[in-house]
Design a protein around this ligand. Structure first.
Ligand SMILES: *Cc1c(COP(=O)(O)O)cnc(C)c1O
Length: 447
């Protein structure tokens, strides 16, 4: 059976062992039935059975959720420069840990630390797998077996089970909470310092905001206290950024340079949030502390591979020319996109969408507000426009059925349902041609 011509294309795609396995299952399922020898039927059956194995599990999608940095959809899209650098590093041996001038062993951090120093003003820098790893490593390196002081207003949980108290425990540190949920004063920190204190930590409460009767202690005040007591001051910036987002009319997010200038000793932030690079955790700060952090054995377990280091280096290089970031870095390009531009795109797409819906539902254009995502600025602030679909006939399975039909397209389209409407926020639609090209395959029941 494996020699049947009808099976040749499947063997080419999936390889002989998987097809032989599928054929055994076919023979088993059809034992004694007349069509067991039907070549075409067998080929169709085997193709369907193997489809899950021959199509990749991680697939490209359209993120039209309105959240630019969507963690579940892979956060930042890389710049072409970063993609090229990553591909080149995958194809050939590289100078990952090799110093060409001396022909001796080099340091993998040397590819990115000069850039991070230049872009943040810090004395030294290192990088690990992600920001969660950076926080874990910093705490373990500087405070294992000892106490770290954190404000109760900053004991955050972010998605994916990252909780400051848990990370603290796993890093082998004892958390000392100070202040209250809404108010923490400098004297609270001062009173908590004792012989076992190893560090003071600030956490940017990136995914929530406390409003009303609130008080937190500014970095500058904490710096004076930490200096006086000879304690390192650590800050987890979360998203962090290397440029002032106000350049593009967005609200201010703390930059790593500001944190360093304020006197924070060690600052950690993510590579694939606002920075717009590959997943990574960046650590910048005082030279003596960064050296201790980089020497910690955990660093070896959390380090970056050559592919991501190449992409990170290329991304950081783009920051040397901030005036062109909005052109070259997809994250900034999406965030900076003017609403009028998005509206014009919506108007171009609406007729084709209406045609594809074949009266199964009504579509229009509506103003919406999107989010940066990944913990940066946890409010809906990005004025945008969406294709808004509502009122599908009951035959179509309602809005959920419609959303499902869009997810079953060759490149699944992911939107957001709110107020009985399926919204496709177009801020992040870069590849308009690919979106349009598949619309006629939308499988809806005409109303
Ligand atoms: C996102 C975030 C983290 C975790 O960063 P990853 O790069 O996702 O590991 C840690 N702390 C804060 C404040 C964050 O916003």
């Amino acid at each position: 059976m494996a020699n049947w011509p009808a099976l040749a294309p499947l063997i080419e795609r999936a390889g002989r062992p998987l097809v032989v396995e599928a054929l055994r299952a076919w023979a088993e399922a059809r034992r004694g039935e007349p069509d067991v020898a039907d070549e075409a039927a067998c080929a169709r059956w085997c193709t369907a059975r193997l489809s899950g194995l021959v199509t990749p599990s991680q697939r490209r999608v359209f993120n039209l959720t309105g959240t630019v940095l969507h963690t579940n959809l892979g956060r930042a899209l890389l710049a072409e420069e970063a993609i090229e650098a990553a591909v080149a590093a995958m194809r050939a041996p590289t100078t990952l840990e090799y110093d060409l001038s001396g022909g001796a062993r080099g340091e993998r951090d040397d590819h990115i630390s000069p850039w991070l120093r230049r872009l943040t003003g810090a004395e030294a820098a290192t990088a690990v797998n992600n920001n969660a790893a950076a926080v874990l490593l910093v705490l373990n390196a500087l405070a294992v077996g000892r106490e770290v002081i954190v404000s109760r207003g900053e004991l955050i949980e972010i998605g994916g089970a990252f909780r400051i108290p848990d990370i603290m425990a796993r890093a082998g540190c004892r958390l000392v909470e100070v202040g209250t949920t809404n108010r923490t004063h400098l004297k609270d920190y001062a009173a908590a310092i004792g012989p076992d204190t190893a560090a003071i930590m600030k956490v940017h409460p990136s995914n929530y905001a406390i409003e009303g009767f609130t008080k937190s202690v500014a970095a500058a005040e904490l710096v004076a206290l930490a200096r006086e007591k000879g304690l390192p001051l650590i800050e987890d910036l979360g998203s962090g950024t290397l440029v002032d987002l106000e350049t593009w009319g967005l609200p201010h997010e703390p930059t790593a340079r500001e944190a360093i200038a304020a006197g924070i000793d060690v600052v950690t932030f993510s590579g694939d949030k606002l920075l717009g690079g590959p997943q990574a955790g960046l650590v910048v700060g005082r030279k003596d502390l960064i050296e201790r952090i980089a020497r910690n054995p955990m660093k070896r377990a959390l380090r970056l591979d050559k592919v991501r280091l190449a992409a990170l280096e290329a991304t950081l290089r783009l920051y040397a020319d901030p005036g062109r970031l909005a052109e070259r870095l997809p994250t900034i390009r999406s965030l900076a996109r003017p609403a009028a531009d998005i509206r014009a795109q919506a108007e171009r797409l609406l007729p084709g969408l209406r045609k594809a819906l074949r009266s199964a539902a009504e579509a229009g254009i509506e103003p919406v507000r999107g989010q940066i995502g990944s913990g940066a600025l946890p409010v809906d602030l990005l004025a945008s426009f969406a294709l808004a679909i509502r009122g599908p006939g009951r035959k179509g399975g309602g809005l959920d059925g419609l959303a499902d039909a869009f997810r079953r397209l060759p490149i699944p389209v992911i939107g957001r349902i709110a107020d009985n409407t399926l919204y496709f926020d177009l801020r992040t639609l870069d590849d308009e041609a690919a979106f349009v090209a598949q619309l006629d395959q939308l499988d809806v029941v005409a109303g």
